[in-house]
Design a protein around this ligand. Structure first.
Ligand SMILES: [Zn+2]
Ligand SMILES: [Zn+2]
Length: 586
């Protein structure tokens, strides 16, 4: 089987794998079929759902070509795949690129992007002059024009948060649109959760923050907002049910340990995050304001040459900038680094970090034996577990096969953040690069073998010759040896600030600081400073008064006849408005 086809098998598999790093967890769901479907149907469903996220026609052609090799398909199934293959072959021949859900020429894509860029730039100027209506129109047009861009809908979302227009339903709609284009977009997940809290949609808020906790547990706004939610609930300003409260508490404890100071949330309001952009879109966005970078995710890597680190492609994807963090005797040092190369065919990337002094690892590129013992080193879940290096042990569970992307499989546990870390044998040789966890709570993991990685490394460093250690060591000695070469790879994204940071529509104090905008609006009234009138019997300002009145006289007996009459009167407490001043912020 050629390398080309080998890769495409991998693409099918990746649909059911959970990447142990910053790649989309949402993308892992579609590949799994239902229990009643045949394996052939499941394979086709899995491949077709993967096609929906593919950016290059060549990848689709390769995947479908491999799929057609399946001899178990019925005539109907073959025909279905062949028809789809024709579509992708035509896209390849016409040199089309994906833009959202459509396929267009590269020239057309560039043209649309430029048009959207101009509209967004215009919107920024309109926001500066506080002409939000025209800004909104420009942004809505930009979103339709470039249906892959994140900026327009993100800004529309932010414009509708309590910081400005205070229309959380509208904000939610736009933030959800951003997520259909980029399922794990960090600031969107956080801001959407806040809009759900404002609408008292606490389960939806939980889902957003839970996902954010998996993608980027280090996000300080995440622990801050979760802590604030629990704090406000404790003060009776937000009404969470008991089971709901428990879920939020568990999530908070999961992410807000280690370096995230647990009590900081007590100062300051809700934190909305500024926009961050994947590299491609950031490059065409003019930098406004003092722009800064936020840590979007992290992975693991190891030195293969002086100042050269090997890690996963999916760790560095979409990074605006990369830093290599190293633990030294005096604490952590963060070193400047840049992506030197990413592999087209393997989930590998080379990062250059000139100031890195870590020694290069020993490497074994020979055949591995099933059942032999291994150790994984890395930085799993740094938000929850802290930044110290962690190791786990296990053995080789399966040898490379096209069924799982040509990777070696292991039963040593790994978690998000482990991606790109070394998998080491007992002689202290790196045998593979940890890449994915199978969806079994990360208990079965896969890695790209160093013999595959070698071709990629040598393509960029022609004279690279791996050194191999010979002597069998005690495991703690293996740990000590490889720990010196293992580093944390931090993925940063550029923050793009909206030109309006203060003076919310709700009249509450808001301030823009660092990577977030703070909303100090009262949680009890949602910043409107008014709450529903609580007077007994008051319904939207009206009260029903029932009186007994004389309806006439009985003509026979001459007795008075009575009846009940209900009439509406204005509520005295709220003066007929149905709203009273918020007792918590007045
Ligand atoms: Zn209030
Ligand atoms: Zn009333």
């Amino acid at each position: 089987m050629s390398t080309f086809l080998w890769r495409t098998t991998g693409l099918v598999m990746l649909a059911v794998l959970m990447s142990l790093g910053p790649t989309s967890l949402a993308q892992t769901k579609p590949g799994l079929g239902t229990a009643s479907k045949s394996p052939a149907d499941k394979a086709i469903d899995g491949a077709f759902s993967k096609l929906r996220t593919m950016r290059r026609p060549a990848d689709g052609v390769a995947l479908l070509t491999t799929l057609l090799e399946d001899k178990t398909f019925s005539a109907v199934q073959r025909q279905k795949v062949a028809r789809e293959l024709e579509v992708w072959q035509k896209r390849e021949a016409d040199k089309l690129v994906r833009s959202g859900t459509s396929w267009i020429t590269a020239e057309e894509k560039t043209r649309r992007e430029k048009e959207a860029d101009l509209l967004i730039e215009k919107a920024f100027l309109l926001i500066d002059t506080k002409d939000y209506r025209s800004a909104r129109e420009a942004l809505e047009k930009a979103s339709r024009t470039d249906d892959a861009g994140l900026r327009a809908d993100f800004l529309l979302g932010l414009l509708n948060t309590p910081i400005l227009a205070n229309s959380p339903e509208t904000a939610e709609k736009h933030f959800r649109k951003v997520l259909t284009r980029s399922p794990n977009h960090i600031p969107t997940l956080n801001n959407l959760a806040l809009c759900c809290v404002r609408q008292k949609e606490f389960s939806k808020a939980y889902e957003c923050w839970r996902q954010l906790g998996e993608v980027a547990p280090n996000t300080p706004e995440l622990s801050h907002n979760l802590g604030r939610l629990l704090d406000e609930s404790g003060k009776g300003l937000i009404n969470l049910g008991n089971s709901e409260k428990k879920r939020f508490q568990d999530l908070y404890l999961d992410i807000a340990t280690g370096e995230n100071a647990p009590d900081r949330y007590k100062q300051g309001g809700w934190r909305y995050m500024h926009l961050t952009l994947p590299k491609e879109e950031a490059d065409r966005t003019p930098v406004r304001d003092a722009s800064s970078l936020i840590l979007a995710a992290s992975g693991t890597g190891f030195a293969i040459l002086p100042g050269v680190v090997l890690t996963n492609r999916h760790v560095v994807n979409d990074a605006h900038s990369i830093r290599v963090d190293v633990e030294t005797a005096s604490g952590w040092t963060s070193l400047e680094a840049k992506v030197k190369a990413v592999s087209d065919t393997l989930d590998l990337a080379i990062v250059e970090c000139p100031k890195l002094v870590s020694p290069a690892v020993q490497v074994s590129t020979g055949a591995q034996r099933r059942g032999s013992e291994v150790m994984i080193l890395g930085y799993p879940k740094p938000g929850a577990l802290g930044r110290t290096l962690k190791t786990t042990r296990g053995s080789v569970t399966a040898l490379p096969s096209s069924d799982y992307d040509g990777m070696l499989l292991f039963d040593a546990t790994a978690n998000p953040g482990n991606s790109g870390g070394p998998i080491v044998d007992q002689n202290g040789n790196v045998i593979a690069v940890l890449t994915v966890g199978f969806d079994l709570k990360g208990q079965l993991t896969g890695g790209v073998t160093m013999s595959d990685a070698l071709k990629f490394i040598q393509f960029h460093y022609g004279d690279y010759q791996p050194k191999q250690g010979g002597k069998k060591l005690e495991w703690p000695d293996v740990d000590e040896l490889i720990a010196k070469s293992t580093v944390m790879v931090g993925v940063y994204q550029q923050v793009v600030k909206l030109g309006a940071g203060t003076g919310g529509a709700a009249g509450q104090a808001t301030k823009s600081s660092g990577s977030y905008i703070e909303d100090n609006a009262c949680s009890f009234c949602g910043g409107s400073q008014m709450v529903t009138c609580s007077a007994k019997g008051c319904s939207r300002g009206g009260m029903s008064v029932t009186e007994t009145v004389q309806a006439g006289t009985n003509p026979v007996t001459g007795q008075a006849l009575f009846k009940s009459v209900t009439r509406k009167v204005s509520c005295g407490t709220c003066g007929g408005t149905g709203k009273i001043d918020c007792p918590r912020c007045h």
